[in-house]
Design a protein around this ligand. Structure first.
Ligand code: A3P
Length: 273
């Protein structure tokens, strides 16, 4: 048997899940790890955003051991919105494959908000989602207000996917990206995972029988080949607050043209609302 080798250089990192935060990036990675050809570091490495000064040697040390033919995959969802990240990734490996999970940006924002509340962020306190997402429509015009939506709120801003993607497209051609639908990753994980395996040049090994539904949360859990079942931890699949329908409607109107710009950019459409 081959002795496992530590990935011998950062350029040997084959692919990165670059985002988007709260769209199902952990689920995607955990599901893909069912394929024995895929190896990934446990925690998010944050090399290209927070730890870049530590250098390639440090980055290499964070990587798992791989055998010939195995693929090293990293996931750090903050990369998608990091201004300096695309250039840095390109400098390391201009041929790297980039995977982006995207979902309905409204659900993404509610998920982001729910996480912030759970972590008891001081600036959120007892504020409702509706209060942070909206602004008065009674004539008081504010630069941060568009169609009654507080679009400068980070939780909403991240969902304007095309803005962040444009920066990546300055460095990488579209064919180097795979876009995974985070909504479908919940309802039909096997189909999305098959796409990712193909994109990574692997023989598809993960099937619909590798997923079972968590009876409590309703999200898919993985059924490994040894029949053990693994669901994501308690920080994934949280219960979301019920948001007032008129606010959802306002957000749909706001996001509709932004989503169209994104779909045009990627040459692919998702049915989110
Ligand atoms: P919520 O916890 O708000 O529901 P990320 O891993 O990028 O932070 O995304 C987290 C989101 O992934 C979760 O947000 C959940 O909606 C979604 N998700 C997708 N598949 C999941 C799964 N199998 N188990 C749990 N959460 C999943």
């Amino acid at each position: 048997m081959d002795r496992p080798l530590k990935t011998s250089g950062p350029s040997l990192l084959n692919a990165i899940i670059i985002g988007v935060k709260k769209c199902g990036t952990r689920a995607l990675l955990e599901f893909l790890k069912l394929n024995p050809k895929i190896k990934a570091p446990g925690p998010e490495v944050h090399f290209f955003d927070k730890n870049y000064d530590l250098g390639y040697d440090w980055y290499r040390q964070q990587m798992p051991f791989t055998s010939p033919g195995q693929i090293t995959l990293e996931k750090s969802p903050a990369y998608f919105v990091g201004k300096l990240v695309p250039e840095r990734v390109h400098k390391m490996n201009p041929r790297i494959k980039l995977i982006v999970v995207v979902r309905n940006p409204i659900t993404r924002a509610i998920s982001d908000f729910t996480q912030a509340v759970t972590r008891k962020r001081r600036h959120i306190g007892s504020t409702r989602f509706e209060d942070l997402a909206t602004c008065p429509t009674n004539g008081t015009r504010r630069a941060s207000c568009s169609k009654g939506v507080s679009h400068n709120w980070n939780a909403l801003k991240i969902g304007i996917y095309h803005r962040f993607l444009r920066k990546w497209l300055e460095y990488f051609p579209r064919k180097q990206f795979l876009f995974i639908d985070g909504e479908r990753l919940i309802t039909d994980p096997a189909t999305e995972i098959r796409k990712a395996e193909k994109f990574l040049g692997l023989t598809p090994t993960i099937k619909s029988t590798n997923f079972v539904k968590d009876p409590v949360k309703g999200f898919p859990c993985v059924k490994r080949f040894d029949a053990t079942i693994h669901c994501l931890g308690k920080s994934k699949g949280r219960t979301h607050p019920k948001v007032m329908p008129d606010v959802i409607h306002r957000l749909e109107e706001f996001y509709q043209p932004e989503n169209e710009r994104f779909f045009e950019l990627i040459g692919q459409r998702f049915k989110w609302f």
